[in-house]
Write a protein that binds this ligand. Structure first.
Ligand code: SF4
Length: 451
């Protein structure tokens, strides 16, 4: 879980009585996009986003409720906002968890679930009436964003049709609802016009885009366009910026998207949360595509697009996981040679059906398995980074200072993967692309010089 995002102070207004709203945004990129929508609406209606609790007339806290640690962090943030400001509206995943918020903090003004911009705005209007000033209605077409100017998350759907037994997201966010493809493309185009160089496509299951509306044909730029992952990825690829796909499951139809990567239309990067390698555990998890042969699929993808970077996450110590099944997971890692991997120990989330499964794994065994997993993968990731020494590549620069620049290659998604450190050079500019040669590698990052 991520820490609260600082929201940049708005430009000071010359008008004395403009209402000011403070904002705290917690959680994953999907929650971040919800925050951006609420902030966009607030600014569109003329509210000012306050830089501190003391400056705000009320505070909105967008919460995360995915695991117990996130619930605690969210409840603490609400408590802090109440103590510092007193008028607090709560939204986000924790808000969908029944009375948890009201029980802990009875003084909050209103509580909504995730992706509830309209409800949040109704609550804001009730407690802080909207200003009537047409001159404040000056919101840029790309909306208000919490990411740096050069990259942006593009949320293509809400909710999820799967029912993974360790997850409560569908009960919080509902079934899959795909956004109209024309709207998604319009938003992407506005983002690119505003200077975005990298679009990060997010959802709960990007490979399922459009399945809820039978891949309906929409329109963009006067041309028909299907509400389908391949068609969307191809259209996004035509915008001339980096397009990175997150949360893709290993279904056969993903093979077509790999062709787009091989053709350079979409970044050769796939974020595929495999979660395990044992067919029995994957079935017990009720994972999407659990009957697919993932190793064969990875080999096939790499034969089409050898430069493909694969990121994934796994769970160690899922209920009933035997020693042999864990060994199977380690053997999968050795064979699959994934580039970027995260591992969590199984943690029971309130309301998840996996909590009732027999043979829960003791905590110390979970931790031991996670450590073995990370040691195995650590060597693989480091070796794969070593193989990049001597190569030249294009990077997108995230920041520049006296020590050089921090940048990312096609293989590095912001905030979750490693980075490339570039030695100082006059041409380095934040948000711009640069061509470099890789000169060294450590466990997670690369080091480069401008060529
Ligand atoms: S795919 Fe599974 S883990 Fe992901 S949101 Fe849907 S139910 Fe949860």
């Amino acid at each position: 879980m991520k820490a609260a995002k600082a929201v940049k102070p708005a430009r000071p207004s010359r008008r004395a009585a403009v209402p000011k709203v403070g904002f705290v945004s917690l959680g994953c990129p999907k929650a971040l996009v919800d925050s951006e929508r609420i902030l966009t609406e607030l600014r569109a209606e003329g509210y000012i986003v306050a830089p501190s609790y003391a400056d705000a007339d009320l505070v909105v806290v967008n919460t995360c409720g995915f695991i117990d640690a996130a619930v605690e962090e969210s409840l603490d943030a609400i408590g802090e906002a109440l103590a510092e400001n007193g008028k607090v509206i709560v939204t986000g995943c924790l808000g969908a968890k029944g009375s948890v918020v009201k029980d802990a903090h009875p003084k909050v003004l209103a509580v909504t679930g995730p992706h509830a911009t309209d409800e949040v705005m109704r609550a804001v209007h009730k407690h802080l009436p909207r200003p009537h000033d047409p001159y404040t209605d000056l919101v840029p077409p790309q909306g208000i964003r919490l990411t740096p100017k050069h990259y942006a998350y593009l949320k293509i759907s809400e909710g999820c049709n799967h029912r993974c037994t360790f997850c409560i997201i569908p009960s919080m966010r509902g079934d899959l609802v795909s956004r109209p493809v024309g709207d998604v493309m319009q938003e992407a185009e506005n983002l690119v016009k505003s200077g975005v160089k990298e679009l990060l496509v997010i959802s709960q299951d990007t490979s399922a885009y459009g399945v809820d509306i039978k891949y309906r044909t929409g329109f963009w730029g006067g041309r028909p366009l299907k509400t389908k992952m391949f068609d969307l990825a191809a259209a996004l690829g035509g915008l001339g910026v980096w397009v990175r796909l997150h949360y893709v499951y290993p279904y056969p139809h993903v093979d077509d998207v790999i062709e787009l990567m091989a053709d350079g239309k979409v970044l050769p990067y796939l974020d595929v949360p495999f979660q395990h390698a044992s067919p029995r555990i994957l079935k017990a998890m009720k994972r999407p595509a659990n009957s697919e042969n993932n190793l064969a699929r990875i080999k096939q993808w790499r034969s089409v697009c050898p430069e493909l970077t694969i990121r994934s996450t796994f769970i160690a110590g899922f209920p009933g996981e035997t020693d042999a099944e864990f060994e199977q997971l380690l053997a999968f890692l050795e064979e699959a040679q994934l580039d970027r991997v995260g591992c969590f120990t199984y943690s029971p989330v309130e309301g998840a059906t996996a909590n009732a499964l027999p043979d829960q794994v003791p905590e110390e065994i979970k931790q031991e398995r996670k450590a073995r997993f990370m040691a195995t993968q650590g060597k693989i990731s480091a070796q794969r980074l070593q193989q990049k020494i001597g190569k030249t590549m294009n990077l997108l620069i995230d920041s520049v200072d006296a020590e050089g620049a921090i940048a990312r290659s096609a293989a590095d998604a912001p905030e979750i993967d490693g980075v490339v450190h570039i030695a100082p050079h006059a041409s380095l500019q934040q948000g711009e692309f640069v061509r470099v040669g890789i000169v060294a590698a450590d466990a997670h990052d690369l080091h480069a010089t401008v060529v």
